[in-house]
Write a protein that binds this ligand. Structure first.
Ligand SMILES: [Ca+2]
Length: 400
């Protein structure tokens, strides 16, 4: 017990409910980040179940491309009113910094190498530029090989950069192609489309080294064309339902092809062919652009709703009003470092009852064998810690 002003107050846990955004997946623990034209990035599981908003950062205006770095940082390219940039987010969607250069135009493609350097295509600049992991702008990384109209970009396992080029600025016209560059930026290989008017807009490389090219031919002929690592044609995945396809990603475990167009997010299924994953307009999705897979982030959706009652030592309800409240979780009843502690939130107490919500509680808290929760009210620690057990999806605390 601690004295709070003139009152001695204890917290009684009415109940503690853990809500989780984690979904058990049959096909592996991955989630899909989808750039939404309404200035958001949304999270979905690979079957299209909505997992929440990754970011609706007000600085995200005109989002285009997306990439996830090996350190879990997420990069989203944008262009608004002629100003192009890339915005960096933590894995839980908090904005961290912006990369901007005046020369950047229509930055459709974003990729990150294994050293966390950032690469961005500049569609009208006919180049791929780079920012080093230090944040320093490194200028042009690749522009040779006749690069024209670079859009989507990606790396393969050998650290080689692939650039989907629509070559639309050429007169007389030339065929669209994917250019490949060595880790030092030297042009070393290309895959040229078989026909004119086949415009590559994005590229992905499978774990087997196969090259997948998303091409625009006009609805209903839009498709992904698969080549082996030597550029030999291998397969054709037709997406007749979509117009203006822009984003391509391969499921990291199954290799399934995912694309976006005006109508939503689609994937190619061995049995049924094109298959709708998320329709445009569903779950707040507005005109999907680029997409990227990343490991499922259960923690990002974990929210604790803490409803409790404040009383004094005689059991009298605390007076109505605003109180500050914070919680910390420990593996022991006394001592030790907290597994996690919340920020301080303000709660309204009415009739002794309050509700506090803490979001983004890391999953490690709930992986611990035994967990005690400590509550601080108006800066004072309320003792003893409450045992809340090893936490399943919903728990009821002992005591009250
Ligand atoms: Ca892409």
């Amino acid at each position: 017990m601690r004295v709070l002003g003139r009152l001695t107050v204890v917290v009684c846990l009415a109940f503690l409910l853990l809500q989780t955004g984690a979904v058990v997946l049959a096909d592996g623990p991955f989630e899909l980040l989808v750039v939404s034209g309404n200035n958001k990035v949304l999270r979905f599981d690979p079957d299209g179940r909505y997992l929440g908003v990754f970011t609706s950062d007000p600085g995200l205006v005109g989002p285009l491309g997306i990439a996830v770095g090996p350190d879990g940082k997420v990069y989203v390219s944008t262009e608004s009113s002629g100003r192009a940039a890339v915005r960096q987010y933590s894995s839980d969607g908090a904005f961290e910094r912006e990369f901007h250069e005046f020369s950047l135009t229509r930055p459709f493609g974003v990729a990150v190498d294994t050293a966390n350097n950032l690469y961005v295509s500049s569609y009208y600049g006919d180049e791929v530029v780079r920012w080093l992991s230090s944040g320093a702008y490194d200028g042009t990384f690749a522009s040779s090989g006749g690069m024209d109209g670079p859009a989507g970009i990606c790396f393969d396992a050998q650290g080689r950069l692939y650039v989907a080029c629509d070559m639309a600025g050429q007169d007389p016209p030339v065929k669209g192609r994917v250019l490949r560059f060595t880790p030092t930026g030297a042009f070393d290989f290309q895959v040229v489309m078989d026909n004119f008017n086949v415009y590559p807009s994005d590229v992905a490389v499978g774990s087997d080294g196969d090259i997948y090219v998303l091409v625009t031919l006009g609805k209903p002929n839009n498709a992904v064309i698969r080549y082996d690592s030597a550029g030999v044609y291998k397969a054709y995945y037709a997406f007749p339902a979509i117009n203006a396809p822009v984003g391509l990603a391969l499921h990291p475990a199954t290799g399934q092809v995912y694309v976006t167009g005006e109508e939503g997010v689609y994937r190619w299924d061995q049995t049924v062919g094109q298959q709708l994953v998320v329709g445009n307009g569903q779950s707040g999705l507005g005109r999907p652009f680029d997409i990227a897979f990343r490991p499922l982030q259960p923690a990002a959706g974990n929210t604790i709703t803490y409803q409790g009652r404040l009383t004094d030592s005689q059991g009298q309800l605390a007076s109505d009003g605003s109180y500050s409240l914070a919680v910390a979780f420990f593996e022991a009843e006394t001592g030790g470092q907290p597994l996690w502690q919340s920020e301080v939130v303000s709660v309204q107490v009415s009739g002794g009852i309050f509700t506090a919500r803490f979001s983004k509680v890391p999953r490690e808290v709930f992986a611990a064998r035994n967990v005690w929760m400590e509550t601080r009210v108006n800066g004072e620690t309320v003792t003893p810690r409450r045992y809340i057990g090893s936490v399943p999806l919903a728990i009821r605390a002992p005591g009250h």
